[in-house]
Design a protein around this ligand. Structure first.
Ligand SMILES: Cc1cc2nc3c(=O)[nH]c(=O)nc-3n(C[C@H](O)[C@H](O)[C@H](O)COP(=O)(O)O)c2cc1C
Length: 189
């Protein structure tokens, strides 16, 4: 089918929702984030893209640490709340039970079933946003979201996001085994 050029220049659908945490002026602060990605396998490294005007950035710049927190759909309202208010004028430090790991200043959310603490190894500046690239020092998971010791997407119940309509979505059904379904395709063509 032919395509036409569209208004939106963002081709990423859906986006997975996380909460990024940082200590800002010695208090935990959290914001909702969908612009993030793994960028290296070994050492495991992840990058989060934050608008330069956000309160959380100040803490990440100062401490050179941040946390990644994966909320389940049960945490939808408080996850969205982290996007509705800014740490500049609202204290978000009491929203969650907090734990600290090896880094001591990357606040992780106990209620999130999957969390990680990261040490900033590089920062890149763009016109409106800055990219914080962090080496993952440790990842923590609740036992009940693991299958054979690995985080299980079905048990995590991640929140997905569609930027076009500004709505949250949940996971659909499993489709096929990666790197297997393609092999069968190869054989038949
Ligand atoms: C679903 C959703 C995803 C968001 N993703 C990002 C993101 O990837 N990067 C970003 O800078 N802001 C993002 N935001 C906006 C921030 O979460 C929001 O501005 C937040 O209040 C900033 O908090 P802070 O000033 O306390 O750091 C998102 C908002 C929503 C609703």
């Amino acid at each position: 089918m032919p395509k036409k050029k569209i208004f939106s220049k963002i081709p990423v659908y859906p986006m997975s929702v996380i909460i990024v945490g940082a200590d800002v002026e010695n208090k935990p602060n959290f914001l909702t984030v969908v612009w993030f990605s793994m960028v290296n396998f070994e050492p495991p490294t992840i990058a989060a893209v934050l608008n330069k005007g956000h309160y959380t950035n100040k803490g990440i710049r100062e401490n050179k640490t941040f946390s990644i927190n994966v909320p389940s759909t049960e945490l939808l309202a408080v996850t969205d709340y982290c996007s509705v208010v800014s740490g500049f004028d609202h204290d978000k430090s009491k929203l969650f039970d907090i734990s600290y790991g090896e880094l001591k200043n990357a606040p992780m959310i106990q209620e999130c079933p999957l969390t990680a603490e990261c040490r900033v190894v590089q920062t890149m500046q763009f016109a409106t946003h800055e990219l914080f690239i962090g080496e993952i020092v440790a990842t923590y998971a609740e036992d009940n979201i693991l299958t054979r010791e690995h985080p299980d997407i079905k048990k995590i119940k991640p929140i997905l996001y569609s930027m076009y309509d500004n709505y949250y979505w949940e996971l659909g059904k499993k489709l096929a085994h990666a790197m297997h379904v393609g092999k069968r395709f190869e054989q038949h063509n």
